[in-house]
Design a protein around this ligand. Structure first.
Ligand code: F6P
Length: 323
């Protein structure tokens, strides 16, 4: 391996910059040239690529987002798009690729490496959703949960002052990890997630009990992908059935994706970026770098993207018991 390229793809997540930095500096230490690809796979197609060295990543570890920028490229999903990318990789003499992103990005990497078999490709899990199998945590998840908890703490102040019931929607199109952790840490009354069926009747019953016990303010955390239809829809249904309670909705949205990465995310991202280059040097390919129980592991892309890590039922019980 003489020349690797690194890109960030899909939704940005706090810690991606720390991961890029680790890739660039580890490669430099091993005398490997590095190219940075702007705007993910779209930049690969459009040859939006620069050579980088350790100076390019100075003063980036603490910054949210990704300085390489990111994109969700429809063109890369087509064989024609990927052929353009392959032509650019070959023209530049790039002989390995590090992809920092989520499951869609790893599916793209798998397709690319099937069509360019001599290109080793390795992934670092960068997504706030934590919805990849084979790693305990993904880069950005910890920061996103901390951001959501801080927001819910603020909402709780006003909820309590006005005796209001707040439905707070957090991100997670297909996964309830952010919602569950946020709910526990912020002391929510209930958490609604895509992995479990939402029964409005049950929720109303619980709220009625709370009401009788004179608990007049409350927080329900709703994952955006919950089968109940998101916070706005759930709040509407509850309000219909329970008009005594004044309900409000807050959708946290992209505020959860931005901001300074937590120390935990910076450390995780640094380990993963470092592990990606060492993995390539050891001959790894088509794998994601994971950290399981404190150890760096390499997990085949198919496993990482096909399965979801399961929601811990104990955490659901915890919300139930304490909320
Ligand atoms: O995959 C990360 C994520 O933040 C999801 O939680 C969310 O549904 C999605 O990205 C939003 O994507 P976009 O910013 O492209 O609308």
């Amino acid at each position: 391996m003489n020349h690797l390229a690194v890109l960030t793809s899909g939704g940005d997540s706090p810690g991606m910059n720390a991961c890029i930095r680790a890739v660039v500096r580890t490669a430099g230490l091993n005398n490997i040239r590095v190219s940075g690809v702007y705007r993910g796979y779209q930049g690969l197609i459009e040859d939006d690529i620069i050579e980088v060295n350790r100076d390019h990543v100075r003063n980036t570890i603490h910054r949210g987002g990704t300085w390489l920028k990111t994109a969700r490229s429809d063109e890369f999903r087509t064989p024609e798009g990927r052929q353009k990318a392959i032509a650019n990789l070959r023209a530049r003499g790039i002989d390995a690729l590090v992809v920092i992103g989520g499951d869609g990005s790893f599916r793209g990497a798998t397709a690319l490496s099937a069509e360019m078999e001599d290109l080793p490709v390795i992934g670092c899990p960068g997504t706030i959703d934590n919805d990849l199998f084979g790693t305990d945590l993904t880069i950005g998840y910890d920061t996103a949960v901390n951001t959501a908890v801080e927001a819910v703490d603020r909402i709780r102040d006003t909820a309590a002052s006005h005796n209001r019931l707040f439905f707070v929607e957090v991100m997670g199109r297909d996964a309830g990890f952010i919602a569950l952790r946020t709910g526990i840490a912020a002391g929510a009354e209930a958490v609604l997630i895509p992995e479990t069926t939402t029964y409005i009747d049950e929720l109303v019953q619980k709220l009625e009990t709370d009401w009788k016990e004179r608990r007049r303010s409350g927080i329900i955390v709703v994952a955006e992908g919950d089968d109940g239809g998101g916070a706005i829809e759930v709040a509407r249904k509850v309000q219909e059935r329970f008009p005594q309670w004044e309900t409000k909705v807050t959708v946290l949205g992209h505020i959860q994706r931005g901001g300074r990465p937590s120390a935990q995310d910076r450390i995780l991202a640094s380990r993963m970026g470092h592990g990606a280059v060492l993995g390539l040097l050891q001959g790894q390919s088509r794998v994601m770098v994971g950290v399981q129980s404190g150890q760096v592991v390499y997990v085949p892309f198919e496993q990482a993207t096909k399965h979801h890590q399961a929601i811990n039922p104990y955490l659901l019980e915890l919300v139930e018991a304490l909320g």
